[in-house]
Design a protein around this ligand. Sequence first.
Ligand code: CAP
Ligand code: MG
Length: 430
Amino acid sequence: MAIDWYEEFVDLGYTPARDELVALYYFEPAEGIGRDEAIGRIASESSTGTWTTLHSLPPRMRDLQATAFEVEGNFVKIAYPLGLWEEGNAVQLLSGIAGNIFGMKALKNLRLIDVSLPSAYLRGFKGPHFGIEEVREMMRVHGRPLVGAVPKPKVGFSAAEHARVGFETWMGGFDLVKDDENLTSVSFNRFEDRVRMLAEMRDSAEQLTGERKSALINISADTETMKARAKLLADYGWNYAMIDVVVAGTAAVMTLRDYCSDLGLAIHAHRAMHAAFDRNPKHGMTMQFLAKIMRLIGVSQIHTGTAVGKLAGTRKEAALLADVLRERRTNASGTMALDQDWGEIKSAFPVSSGGLHPGLVPEVLNIYGSEIVLLVSGGIHGHPQGTRAGAQATMQAIEAWKDGETLEEKAESAPELRQALEKWGRYRPK
Ligand code: CAP
Ligand code: MG
């Protein structure tokens, strides 16, 4: 009698039903393990299987088994019956398709690339309460990227100093002042103080400029504390809350999605720690998958990289991520993505950040277009004339791109941009 039954999870002639979830993995079998044994193990451990044949298996349970149904080189597609998954529970989905399987001895490497979510599964989720359109309405910004900056150094300012840097940022033309991912409520800059002082500065910047100004203030903590912080943000008239979504976790984001939308807050998702599982091209999960899950559970915007700034990530990846977040429908491209129809789920903004300065703005906008949130931080505070001039230079670079002018042409009538170009040129940080 056979000891294991992994190959019962492989059927290369199988066509998935319309309501099945399909996951795409890159896999490398460990030494001595055949192709079908390897893919059978992925399908088995992520659905109903165990390591050995069982004394008895009620026939109806066969209907919950996943099926590895298509292999191309080291890529495999696996279909999962809808009934395997709890409605509206992304935590459970991850425990299955992104769970134990990464640790199986039979696999040398395994990477979850994408998942295609059928409309029957999407029905359990609300997606973003504020999609791109709603965010634009709320910020009264149309036809150009939303633009923001983090005060730098990233941690160290008192709340009052932080708010003053924020004021300069807004006065230079930026829409958003963002907290850094590791700034929460520290002894020298308490959350409550920052929220209050920034609100005072926001009110005067709004009065002076006639523009809508906002902040992405980091509420990351345990879930109950995040709720209390979100409430305080709403009390001070803010329209956003920022969460470090990977470290806080899917469950917390799901809870905060409804809580924040009731308070009128859009969620800005910082992705700190994503590179621990998405950087190795052979193992872990892609940013593409994370972005999809985050749109599903309702963030309004999430970091997706710059391709030209200080952090790892390619042009191709940035463009792919923008599609995952913005499009209503995406089509399978080669072996690296699956079809997705988002139905009624709203779109979310990609956020391009990390090592940007005015000289790099056109390149980033060429990749993303203007439907993004652009964060330029060190690249404004390091301007020879300071933060406000740095923000002005960035806005000038955006205008140049929109008007089809080169930065040098624009700089003839834009001294702030000229000074930024003198310092950084087209420098790409390492
Ligand atoms: C950008 C940033 C962001 C990174 C995160 C930073 O600052 O605030 O955390 O962009 O990476 O501290 O690096 P600078 P990603 O503009 O001064 O570089 O957006 O890729 O998730
Ligand atoms: Mg940061």
